[in-house]
Design a protein around this ligand. Structure first.
Ligand code: SF4
Length: 315
């Protein structure tokens, strides 16, 4: 059989497509990305879409069966057990790092998050050896590894033993960090900073406690980064308080705007996330720059001014 794959909108190598590719290659099928200009007619197409806000792919050949999957089409779509259990075909994307889940789901039900609706309560689905085979780097997609302390220990010990540089790409839960976890994290080789989140102003005590546990057990503060959700259920004052508190604790805030088209959210995120600006310009000075101009200038002119500020600071 000739299998064609369509990756509608992935920002990283698409794990589902890599498993589908591996499965069909194991059956002796040919697998390649769909090329609408080639004139080839595949026997079956798989299309994967991650985001619900991206446009669909529109270049399907007529009369070919299509299997569409991924959160962008249907949050409840899953791979068949035979495909899910395949070792990913990393060659599909010339991907030189390992990528995968060892758990699915989460213990929490944050109102802005799709994970509880999509994957339900947390459960173990495997370990790193299901998708790692000698790679120097590994991207873990687990949503809340810290919610299962014994499994967290197992995964960290595997990473330490194999000397793998890891990216806990979906973040860890600062509220659940224990001294034992912090000691393991201090030994794990990191590919990226360890991500946490401070989305709700009310968990300040837990954030301070978690940072204290991490740093007193050997994790350097500069290795810690906190996502700060804004525009969902917080005021601008609370947003500023959270990022300044994190700065004061020596860790990096990274702002996630809930609505990227909102001017305040976009600008606040730009101020925090561009480290050269955040380190040298106070928020009140950053916004003061626009106060007298917003009524007379178009948004595009203001954006261009922001770009120039960034260029000056970079230079
Ligand atoms: S802790 Fe993270 S993964 Fe779990 S529901 Fe909240 S945002 Fe989603």
């Amino acid at each position: 059989m000739k299998i064609a794959l369509v990756d509608v909108d992935s920002k990283i190598p698409n794990l589902a497509l890599m498993k589908i590719s591996a499965y069909h290659k194991s059956l002796g099928d040919t697998v390649e990305f769909h090329d609408p200009l080639s004139g080839d007619k595949p026997d079956l197409i798989y299309a994967s879409k991650v985001f619900d806000f991206t446009p669909d792919y529109n270049y399907y050949p007529p009369d070919v069966p299509i299997i569409k999957g991924g959160t962008g089409y249907n949050i409840h779509s899953v791979l068949s057990p035979e495909i899910e259990s395949c070792y990913p075909d990393y060659d599909l994307y010339q991907c030189d790092y390992a990528i995968g889940f060892t758990t699915r789901g989460c213990i929490r039900k944050c109102p802005f998050c799709i994970v509880p609706k999509k994957e339900g309560y947390i459960k173990v689905v495997g370990d790193i050896y299901d998708f790692w085979n000698g790679h120097k780097h590994l991207m873990l997609l687990d949503n809340n590894l810290t919610a299962l302390p014994e499994h967290f220990e197992l995964i960290c010990k595997q990473l330490i033993k194999e000397k793998i540089k890891v990216d806990f790409s979906q973040g860890l839960d600062i509220r659940l960090i224990t001294p034992e976890m912090a000691q393991l994290l201090a030994k794990v080789k990191l590919w990226k900073q360890i991500h946490f989140a401070w989305d709700d102003i009310r968990i300040e005590k837990a954030v301070r406690r978690g940072i204290e546990i991490l740093t007193s057990n050997g994790v350097k503060p500069y290795k810690l980064m906190f996502y700060v959700l804004i525009g969902f259920n917080s005021t601008p004052e609370e947003d500023l308080y959270r990022v300044e508190t994190l700065r004061g604790l020596g860790v990096d805030p990274f702002v996630m705007p809930y609505n990227k088209s909102d001017e305040y959210q976009r600008r606040f995120a730009r101020w925090v996330n561009h480290k050269a600006i955040f380190k040298t310009v106070k928020w009140e000075d950053y916004v003061a720059h626009y106060k007298d101009t917003t009524t007379t200038e178009t948004q595009s002119v203001i954006y261009a001014k922001e770009e120039r500020i960034v260029e000056r600071l970079d230079g």
